[in-house]
Design a protein around this ligand. Sequence first.
Ligand SMILES: Nc1ncnc2c1ncn2[C@@H]1O[C@H](COP(=O)(O)OP(=O)(O)OP(=O)(O)O)[C@@H](O)[C@H]1O
Length: 293
Amino acid sequence: MSSILEVTGLNKSYRDFSLTDVSFSLDEDCITGFIGINGAGKTTTIRTILGLVTRASGTIKFFGKDMNKYEQELKDRIGIVLDDGGFYDELSMAEMTSIISPAYSRWSEQDYKTFMERFSLNPRQKIATLSKGMRMKYSLTLALSHQADLLIMDEPTSGLDPLIRSQLMEILKDYMKQGGKGVFFSTHITSDLDKVADMLILINNGRILFEEEKDMLIDTHRLVKGDIKDLTDETRNLFLNIEETEFGFSGITNQLSKVQKNMHDILIERPTIEDIMLGYIEKEAKNNVITSR
Ligand SMILES: Nc1ncnc2c1ncn2[C@@H]1O[C@H](COP(=O)(O)OP(=O)(O)OP(=O)(O)O)[C@@H](O)[C@H]1O
């Protein structure tokens, strides 16, 4: 499998936030979910790898080529969906499209019309009058209309109703069927990824906490529920996080066999992506408290 994007040692600082040594890679034929809570650094990472904000250090290679040297050629091959879209509000979608489409060497008027119809968008409607969801659908239409080899989307599902969200997931699966393509999309709505993602990358406080195959991640973690009296210093350490209530505890573990050896009368469930994400975030928060003491 060849690499579609390689990000190595990316650093970027704002006054109160930094991306620290962000490295990851995307393989072709993979849909990768870029997950993290609000303010984790998803948008900053995406904008930085696309060269929309400057970086302090790091290398970015799309399709094996350096973004600094081949920016125009590479952007021709990337379908981009950003939250603001960068559109001119006073234009209609048709007028905006006539400005954007010549920038792409493989623009397909047929694909454009198909997606505009699929999303029930009227090309004559002014951009200023589009709802948030319609704006997102228009962005998606543009990204999907120039035979891109990689789709990079920042929170594409935010503002979309559940019907359109599931339609989008189907569109992504169809897009991948062409072969040799890749999708990278950020979201904090992890349920969107359950059906479609192959890989997951978790970012928190500007650092990558894991980059893992989704199925592997779910297979190696379990949600355990049990009685608080079974929690000792030793057993607590077997969990990424623990939530205690008056009825008992629940926690995420990646050491199930040890948990089973040391704890009895427990319920073991398959975790969701969100359970695992929160487990790692809470574990990091706990570690940060310990190291800052
Ligand atoms: N231009 C900027 N100047 C200063 N700080 C910024 C700027 N852009 C982003 N930040 C800060 O960087 C941090 C990460 O923001 P970012 O938008 O990358 O997070 P996110 O993971 O995309 O969040 P969300 O899910 O809420 O969109 C935030 O604390 C934000 O305030």
